[in-house]
Design a protein around this ligand. Structure first.
Ligand code: S3P
Length: 174
């Protein structure tokens, strides 16, 4: 497993728990925690929803690649949580693999939908027919998630404690 910088990089669909697992992981490992969405919002000085609305998805995707490029140069001993669409760009997939141990947090469609129900912060799921959108995006993205990940953790019915335990085992092997 490639881990040049000793980072743990979390990828996965919206609602897969990257941010909540990531903050707890960082505490458990005494690592720094960074979230690419939060970094982008800070840099642009607006919310993700505003970026999508005012600048469009392409601009957001470009910002994701820029942030990742910078993190690759500067980060070590860090848990990096990424936006759910990050692995969709080839450039991003290539960057991800060299940044640390890339872990895909995967949940079933049913659990994903449960977690996302009522969410109003994610522009790609806004409006009607959330289930169809989740279905289509999951299908489209899964191959890219799998291509980007060194390991997969199935998170359905797992507590944070169990997920952190899984990561500890993975990192011992890394
Ligand atoms: C996106 C996921 C979001 C955020 C943006 C786009 C996506 O992050 O980056 O709304 O394309 O799946 P989370 O996965 O943290 O929700």
């Amino acid at each position: 497993m490639i881990n040049h910088h000793n980072n743990i990089v979390l990828i996965g669909f919206m609602g897969s728990g990257k941010t909540s697992v990531g903050t707890k992981l960082a505490r458990a490992f005494s690592y720094q925690f960074l979230d690419t969405d939060a970094l982008i919002e800070k840099r642009a000085n607006k919310s993700i929803a505003q970026i999508f609305e005012e600048d469009g998805e392409e601009v957001f995707r470009q910002m994701e690649v820029e942030v990742l490029t910078e993190l690759k140069e500067s980060c070590y001993d860090t848990v990096i949580s990424t936006g759910g669409g990050m692995p969709m760009r080839k450039e991003a997939r290539e960057l991800l693999k060299g940044m640390g141990t890339v872990i895909l947090l995967r949940a079933s469609k049913e659990v994903t939908l449960e977690r996302l129900l009522g969410d109003t912060t994610r522009p790609l799921l806004a409006g009607e027919e959330m289930e169809e959108k989740v279905d289509r995006l999951l299908e489209e993205r899964m191959p890219y998630y799998e291509e980007s990940a060194h390991v997969v953790i199935e998170t359905d019915h797992k507590s944070f404690y169990e997920i952190i335990n899984d990561v500890e085992k993975i990192m011992k092997r890394a």
